[in-house]
Design a protein around this ligand. Structure first.
Ligand SMILES: [Zn+2]
Length: 253
């Protein structure tokens, strides 16, 4: 289906504008459970695709599997995320034990705190390759932008909340917890998109000075918040037009 959809869009990579060679799923298809793993529930309804060159296709770089792993081992996940852990990730571990041990081999035991400093549990934490992770998130965000507006994103890009909750520095994870509570609040007022919301949903909203905010939620609880500031002037007019339709948009911090 993705291949046919390409004809309707420009035949250019969503990121660099070079000739597209395939349709990239955004977010990667592997995070959406296959039918055999989901007791017959279809979690792959109308997945989003964008035209992509080889260089900007996450599947070709295997970064899709890295994202899957980070999402399903996170303590913030719903039953569908747990299901993906028990099925898809376990198969991946059997097929490529080295891949998983390279990523989570250095795990340590940690204590987890809530915003009021109460201990909410213990768990394991491991070092994430932040450069790689940020790059994956940027691919997803740019592809969603392309899908939403039909144009490549050019401008300033910043991940304010990356969904990786715990840090060895206590004050930092407290700060994230505050953001997360704020995001839970805006969930009540914003209309998220995505036809498989238990796996992934997202919404673009509009902040001050022409900034566009992208909020994404994976597996019900893992929230990411991104600021995208397009450098070209068309974005400003577009934001003004959209703003009329969607009023409650700004995060307070
Ligand atoms: Zn490209």
């Amino acid at each position: 289906m993705g291949a046919f959809a390409l004809r309707d869009v420009v035949d250019e990579c969503y990121w660099c504008g070079r000739k597209a060679t395939s349709a990239e799923h955004v977010p990667p298809k592997c995070i959406f459970p296959e039918l055999k793993d989901s007791e017959g529930i279809n979690y792959r309804k109308n997945l989003i695709t964008v035209p992509s060159c080889d260089q900007h296709n996450l599947v070709k770089t295997k970064d899709d599997e890295y994202l899957l792993l980070l999402l399903v081992v996170n303590t913030l996940r719903n039953e569908v995320g747990k299901q993906q852990f028990d099925t898809k990730l376990m198969r991946l571990i059997r097929q490529k034990p080295w891949f998983v041990s390279n990523v989570i081999g250095n795990a340590n035991s940690i204590h987890m705190f809530d915003t009021d400093d109460t201990l909410i549990g213990t768990g394991k934490a491991f070092q994430v390759d932040i450069k790689r992770y940020d790059s994956i998130i940027e691919h997803v965000a740019r592809a969603l932008w392309f899908h939403e507006y039909g144009l490549r994103f050019r401008g300033r890009f910043e991940i304010l909340i990356n969904g990786l909750r715990y840090n060895s520095v206590r004050s930092i994870h407290k700060m994230y917890a505050v953001y997360e509570k704020e995001l839970f609040r805006i969930q009540q007022t914003l209309l998220f998109k995505g036809e498989n919301p238990d796996v992934f949903r997202y919404v673009f909203t509009y902040g001050r000075k022409g900034r566009v905010h992208l909020s994404m939620i994976f597996y019900g609880f893992q929230m990411l918040f991104i600021v995208m500031e397009a450098s070209c002037s068309w974005s400003w007019g577009m934001n003004m037009k959209r703003r009329r339709h969607n009023k409650s948009l700004e995060l307070s911090p």
